[in-house]
Each structure stands twice: as structure tokens, then as C-alpha cells.
Design a protein around this ligand. Structure first.
Ligand code: GDP
Length: 445
């Protein structure tokens, strides 16, 4: 027998309204116990909630008869006044009625189990709750609408068609089938390979929209990295001092640029050092900078010689050279630095972070992030889990294409490719994978 669960759906603390949800077979009984009857399904009804003859609160009660509910089970919502004592009293009453407090993500897990959502949609519910930027919201909403699931279903259809042809060739080798029946599976598989390749190439974009576009500030101590970071963050996130090597670890600051989340990090003045603690900071900083989507190499306009700097080994073509402290130099100094660094293929910007703040660089940075993260379509994958399954499907497909002449082997690989895709939407995933997906949710979702 399935437990009937309850949990507050709204955040803890003082608020005008709190919503408490109930789901499971005993939901109707619980509603009856609290208000003396069942209201019309899916209609807000004002009632006094009572337990043991004592009034708890006047509440809006919503009753959902399964399967027409979020979870697909009988379910109810109580909208009560959002005071702590009111919520506590209702939760105690539900517990006394034999209901159990829900685990994190348990409501959404039940929705998944009853076929209300696929796994990618369930993940999107979590992403939507966590969304802080427009980019995150749009991406999560697209995924919640089933855009991902539909795309995978289309791909699985292609695989099933190919499989049908291969199996026909396996099962009826001597019948009067057209000779090239197995070869006819090829175009569909090739089309799919191209589409999966495109999706894989787009994985980084989906993950960056969700987790943030990573921008690393690199450069010698005292170049002005912390000053620029603080100016971009519009607050004092890093301590600005004139002592070299003060910023020891990686400081990550979240920014919103053009509606997208970005993470900006000051990377501890990457350089040789004898100090162990500083060396660890340098190692982390180097790794962060290496994996970042963009490196801003901040240099002091008054003290720059590319030959004396080790930072040119860290930056790549397309990264930015930020010539700082231009208030200290003649205008032609910037041009001289540009010439010195020309072969590195960097985009050069110059400013005085102390005098001008981040103004001269913010707009360009925003444009860069928007261009990198916006795409015509929703990304096919927003998580490593998705990318791994896509990669697997692609590898099986590759093998199937290589061995189309051996129809039995090819058919088996097509089947495996299809299974890998199914796992993204959770059609055949084992319990432990589901546990992982849902445990990241909050209670009440
Ligand atoms: P970091 O070690 O690269 O993080 O450098 P900081 O941001 O701590 O800056 C080092 C010193 O340079 C501080 O004294 C800053 O006030 C100064 N500084 C930063 N930007 C500028 C600038 O645009 N012009 C001038 N003249 N000084 C600056």
C-alpha cells in the first residue's frame, strides 16, 4: 500500500499564505477528517480546518481526484495563513491522521512514476525552482514543456524504423525481400548520427545556461583583478590591497549578464611560489582558469612586458587582454601592448578599473555571453547525465553503421542505442539513478 505523504510546498518562515500538499490513497480521508466532507474536485473551497474538534485555521481547500493531479494520485492542497504556528498545527494534524512527511522530491517522483512527467521534465521542475536568471527560467520551462522528451522520442522512432528493416533481414533471409533491405536502414541511422553530433556539440551551452558561464580573471598580482572583479560584481567581494599575493584562493562571484548567469573568478595571481598554502591556491586557480569559458588577462599598462609574463601560456586565442591602469600611461602605451601580444590572437580592451569601474567592459562582456549562450533551439542536454547517454547512443550508432552488412550485430547495436536514449527520459532507469535525480529536490516538490 502506498503511503500518503504531506509537506509544505512553500518555504518556511512568516508569509501571507502557506500551501501544504497531500498526496496518496488516504488523501480524501484526510480532507474529510479536517473539513467534514470532500469539496468538488479542482475547485477552491473556503473551509475551517479542524482537528479533534479544535479549529486550526480557515483555509482554501483544493481536492484533486487521481489521476487528475500533479502526482497522478488522489491529492489535496491546503492554503492556510502563512504563520509558523498555523503550519505546525496543520502538519501535526496530518501526522496524527497517519500521514507521513514527504522525502525531498517525492511528489515529483510520484508524478514521474505515474507517467505525468518524464525524467527530463522532472529535472526541469527542479531547475525551474532554482532558476534565478531569465536564461535559466526559459531553458527549464522549455524542458518542462517536454521539448527534450519529444526530440528523443523522434530519435527513437528513427531507430525503431531502422531496427524493423534490420530485423526483417535477420528473420526472413530466404524470403523474397528486396535485397537491399538492410542497407535501407542506413540513411535513417546516418541522419540520427548527425543530429546527435549536433546535440553533443551543444551540451556545453545547455550546461552553461544552467550552471553559469565561467569567466576567469588571470594576471600578475597587483594588475587590478580584484578591483575589476569588485566593479563587475558591484560590491566588495575581493579584498583589494597593494600587497602582491593577497588573493590566495579562487573567489567566485555570480553575475547576471544579459539575463544569463555568469561566474566570475579571481584566480589568485597565478605564479611560482614557495608558500604551500599559496601553491595550493595557485593550483586551483590554474584549473579554474583552464576550464573557464573565457579568460580575462588583466595587465598593468604601466608595467607590462609580454616576455616577462608567464600568463600568455594560460590564455588562448579569443580570450581577452584587459589593459588596466591606463590613467597611468600615455595613450600610445596601449597600442604598444597590442603590438607585443598580437600573435596571441587576443581581444584587447583598455580601461582604468579604479577610475572608470567596469563600465567600459560590462557591455562587451554581456554581448559575448549572450552570443555564446543563446541559440535558436533549446539545448538537447542540460546535464552531464544527458551528455553521457547521448555519447553512448552515438557510439552504438557508429558501430551499427560500420557493420550494417552483419545485420544481427547491427540490430543489437541499434537496440542498445535506443536504450541509451530512453534512459535520458527515464523510461528504463534503475532505482539508484532515480534516487540521485530526485534527492536534489526540496521537500514539498
Ligand atoms: P590584483 O592583485 O590583480 O587583484 O590587483 P588589485 O585589484 O588588488 O589592485 C592592485 C592595486 O592597483 C590597488 O592598489 C588598486 O587600487 C590599484 N589599481 C587597480 N586598478 C587601477 C587603475 O585602473 N589605475 C590605478 N592607478 N590603480 C589601480
Amino acid at each position: 500500500m502506498t503511503d500518503t505523504i504531506y509537506a509544505p510546498a512553500t518555504a518556511a518562515g512568516r508569509a501571507a499564505v502557506a500551501v501544504i500538499r497531500v498526496s496518496g490513497p488516504a488523501s480524501g480521508e484526510a480532507v474529510r477528517a479536517l473539513i467534514g466532507g470532500l469539496p468538488k474536485p479542482r475547485q477552491a473551497t473556503l473551509r475551517t480546518l479542524r482537528h479533534d474538534g479544535v479549529a486550526i485555521d480557515d483555509a482554501l481547500v483544493l481536492w484533486f481526484q487521481g489521476p487528475a493531479s500533479y502526482t497522478g494520485e488522489d491529492a489535496a492542497e491546503f492554503h492556510v495563513h502563512g504563520g509558523r504556528a498555523v503550519v505546525e498545527a496543520l502538519l501535526s494534524a496530518l501526522s496524527a491522521l497517519g500521514l507521513r512527511l514527504a522525502e525531498p522530491g517525492e511528489f515529483t517522483r510520484r508524478a514521474f512514476q505515474h507517467g505525468k512527467l518524464d525524467l527530463a521534465q522532472a529535472e526541469a521542475v527542479g531547475d525551474l525552482i532554482d532558476a534565478e536568471t531569465e536564461g535559466q527560467r526559459r531553458q527549464a520551462l522549455g524542458q518542462l514543456g517536454g521539448a527534450l522528451g519529444r526530440r528523443y522520442d523522434g530519435w527513437r522512432d528513427l531507430l525503431v524504423q531502422a531496427l524493423a528493416m534490420l530485423e526483417a533481414a535477420v528473420d526472413f533471409p530466404d524470403e523474397e525481400l528486396p535485397e537491399d533491405v538492410a542497407a535501407r536502414a542506413r540513411p535513417g541511422l546516418e541522419t540520427l548520427a548527425v543530429e546527435i553530433d549536433a546535440a553533443l556539440a551543444d551540451v556545453a551551452r545547455g550546461r552553461r545556461v544552467r550552471d553559469g558561464f565561467r569567466i576567469a580573471l588571470v594576471g600578475a598580482p597587483n594588475a587590478g583583478k580584484s578591483t575589476l572583479l569588485n566593479a563587475l560584481a558591484e560590491r566588495d567581494a575581493a579584498i583589494v590591497t597593494a600587497t602582491p599575493g593577497t588573493t590566495r584562493d579562487v573567489i567566485e562571484v555570480p553575475l547576471v549578464l544579459g539575463g544569463y548567469k555568469a561566474l566570475l573568478a579571481d584566480t589568485a595571481g597565478i605564479r611560482e611560489t614557495a608558500d604551500d598554502i599559496e601553491a595550493e591556491g595557485v593550483r586551483r586557480a590554474r584549473a579554474w582558469a583552464d576550464e573557464a569559458d573565457l579568460r580575462l588577462w588583466v595587465v598593468d599598462a604601466a608595467a607590462f612586458h609580454v616576455k616577462q609574463s608567464e600568463h600568455h601560456a594560460i590564455v588562448r586565442a579569443g580570450d581577452w587582454l584587459v589593459v588596466n591602469k591606463i590613467d597611468l600611461v600615455e595613450p600610445d602605451a596601449v597600442e604598444a601592448i597590442r603590438v607585443q601580444t598580437e600573435t596571441l590572437g587576443l581581444h584587447v580592451v583598455s580601461l582604468s578599473a579604479r577610475e572608470q569601474g567596469a563600465g567600459p567592459i560590462r557591455a562587451a562582456l554581456t554581448e559575448h555571453v549572450v552570443e555564446a549562450l543563446s541559440g535558436a533551439e533549446f539545448p538537447a542536454a542540460t546535464r552531464i547525465r544527458h551528455a553521457e547517454r547521448l555519447g553512448e547512443a552515438r557510439a552504438y550508432l557508429q558501430r551499427a553503421l560500420a557493420e550494417v552488412d552483419d545485420v544481427e550485430l547491427a540490430a543489437e547495436d541499434v537496440r542498445l542505442a535506443s536504450r541509451a536514449l530512453s534512459r535520458i527520459t527515464g523510461r528504463i532507469d534503475p532505482e539508484d539513478v532515480l534516487d540521485r535525480v530526485f534527492s536534489s529536490f526540496c521537500i514539498g516538490k
